[in-house]
Design a protein around this ligand. Structure first.
Ligand code: BTN
Length: 263
């Protein structure tokens, strides 16, 4: 698999020697954090064909069955204050839309902040984890992405079958995992090279399907309803509440009416 992935990368690809493939791993994010703590360089990439302990946001697990998806983490060392990385998950979302478009021929949408969608179904997600130095600057960021690639509807566990999809289902033809992995790594390297370019949020707003939708915002026991009207420069969702006031929301669980069973 690794030889196939490497053969699909552009000539002279700068991260070529720091890409590692694991048929099985607990979590590429967990192992990437271990490697980063031991000094692994910027551009170290871990790709797995199966995760036994795949992790998602908010402490959830990420279903990562063997041979069905690409589970990938990259170590980034941008050498900047944490506040300059607020848009990292959004930039990664746009970048994964680019990668899926290159590998599968269609462009997914994004559910704020970190879910990749085909229509109302989830194709995958992004988990960003940061480690800071004592002075508040970023020691490393681990960006993990899981994308469902090969499943047909019946391959998903029953409890997520109605809300999950794969790239092959969306494209209407098989999508090769190695092709997807190569497209993801290529797009991530381009993202890292242009990370401080100013246009990420403009691009993100175009791909983000949450903007313009009615949402419910869950914080602890409190649920509030509002209209998502935009995304600010740091990637926070701007929500207008029924009394007309607007808030930038960067934490809590946002559900979008019509997606994943919220009606
Ligand atoms: C989410 O849906 O909340 C985010 C899912 C992120 C899953 C990816 S798979 C590769 C990397 N390793 C993990 O354990 N998680 C991320």
């Amino acid at each position: 698999m690794i030889d196939l992935i490497l053969s699909l990368l552009p000539p002279g690809f700068p991260w070529r020697d720091s890409i590692h493939y694991f048929p099985t791993i607990d979590s590429t994010n967990t192992q990437a954090k271990h490697l980063a703590a031991q000094g692994a360089p910027h551009g170290t990439v871990l790709i797995a064909g199966h995760q036994t302990g795949g992790r998602g946001r908010l402490g959830r697990s990420f279903h990562s069955p063997e041979g069905m998806g690409i589970y990938l983490s990259v170590i980034l060392r941008p050498g900047c204050p944490a506040k300059d990385l607020m848009h990292l998950t959004c930039a990664t979302g746009v970048t994964m839309c680019d990668a899926v478009e290159a590998a599968a021929g269609f462009r997914p949408g994004i559910k704020w902040t970190n879910d990749l969608l085909w229509g109302k179904r989830k194709l995958g997600g992004i988990l960003t984890e940061l480690s800071l130095k004592p002075d508040g600057s970023v020691d490393y960021a681990v960006v993990g992405i899981g994308l469902n690639c090969c499943q047909q509807e019946a391959d998903f566990p029953e409890d997520i079958r109605h809300i999950a999809a794969s790239l092959s289902m969306a494209a209407g033809h098989p999508v090769a995992p190695a092709q997807l992995a190569a497209a993801m790594v290529t797009a991530l390297e381009a993202m890292a090279a242009a990370f401080f370019a100013p246009n990420w949020i403009t691009r993100y707003q175009k791909d983000c399907l949450t903007v313009g939708k009615e949402i419910s915002l869950v914080r602890g026991d409190t649920v509030r309803h509002g209209l998502a009207v935009g995304v600010d420069a740091e990637g926070a969702l701007i929500v207008r509440f029924p009394d007309g006031h607007e808030e930038a929301v960067s934490s809590g669980e946002v559900s979008v009416r019509g997606m994943y069973g919220y009606v």
